[in-house]
Design a protein around this ligand. Structure first.
Ligand SMILES: [Zn+2]
Length: 272
């Protein structure tokens, strides 16, 4: 699943390419997107802004229309010049927004809907999101309050709970808990406020490391957390089951949990 910073980067890239421009063509395989009121078509509207909220991407058009998309596991947005060859198959296109200068293509985007500003303000899933790690006004106290109020039993579940904290995906989950020295399967109630605060400091730092210019848009590969320039040493624990811990040499463990079989990597020594 793409991490929140990946969506943040995608939104920023889309904003630079499309912001302030007029839609010249709109297409989608989803009939509920193409059957919008003929009096107010998408073509001819201006793209006012493209922003992210956690892992949700919001493209706001003039005259009160918002395109809400969510990438889930495999969705991604690409930007092309008109006529440029796409890197994915045309059959994977779900949504397409074209302007005179660029065409934005949403591939394999499983969630796409139009909302009015009012509907967005009432959108249960989006409005319930916890503080967003990519938001400059990120509120740590609010995250800790939500964490204490949530009923997820373990830290690895709590840190992925988007109602507690929005923006963390599976890679940053394992990496953040490792750097903060927190056991992924410790109950949230057993972790002190001080340790939670340290974990948020780490999460913010790891998130910032990855909020850089990227051509790859929403591709989650190359999520780097160690600061090493060696491409083979990009992560502390993620994807390293059976290998020695980079800090203490203990064998990194892997466990799959939940209905979605989420993977958690950790060092039993550093995260005792
Ligand atoms: Zn270790």
């Amino acid at each position: 699943m793409p991490e929140g910073d990946t969506i943040f980067r995608a939104a920023r890239t889309l904003q630079r390419a499309l912001g302030g421009r007029t839609v010249t063509r709109f297409d989608s395989v989803y009939p509920e997107l193409t059957n919008v009121d003929v009096d107010t078509p998408v073509v001819g509207r201006t793209i006012v802004s493209v922003t992210s909220r956690g892992k949700h991407l919001l493209m706001t058009f003039s005259d009160d229309l918002v395109l809400h998309t969510h990438m889930r596991m495999n969705g991604s947005w690409h930007i092309y010049k008109p006529g440029e060859r796409w890197r994915l198959q045309a059959r994977d296109m779900r949504v397409l927004v074209e302007t005179a200068a660029y065409v934005a293509v949403g591939f394999n985007v499983p969630v796409a809907e139009f909302l009015t500003g009012r509907e967005l303000a009432r959108h249960r899933q989006i409005q319930a999101l916890g503080p967003d790690l990519t938001d400059p006004a990120f509120d740590r106290g609010e995250v800790i309050r939500r964490l204490r109020a949530a009923d997820n039993p373990t830290m690895e579940e709590l840190i992925l709970n988007q109602r507690v904290l929005s923006g963390i995906g599976n890679v940053l989950k394992s990496e953040t808990l490792f750097v903060a020295g927190i056991n992924p399967f410790a109950p949230g109630s057993a972790v002190s406020d001080e340790a939670l605060d340290r974990m948020l400091t780490v999460a913010l730092r790891l998130m910032k490391m990855n909020v850089v210019e990227s051509q790859s848009m929403t591709r989650a590969f190359g999520h780097r957390t160690t600061g090493s320039l060696d491409p083979k040493a990009g992560q502390w624990v993620y994807g390293r089951a059976g290998k020695p811990c980079r800090k203490c040499g203990t064998t990194i463990l892997l466990r799959s949990s939940g209905a979605e079989a989420r993977l958690t990597y950790w060092c039993p020594q550093c995260q005792a």
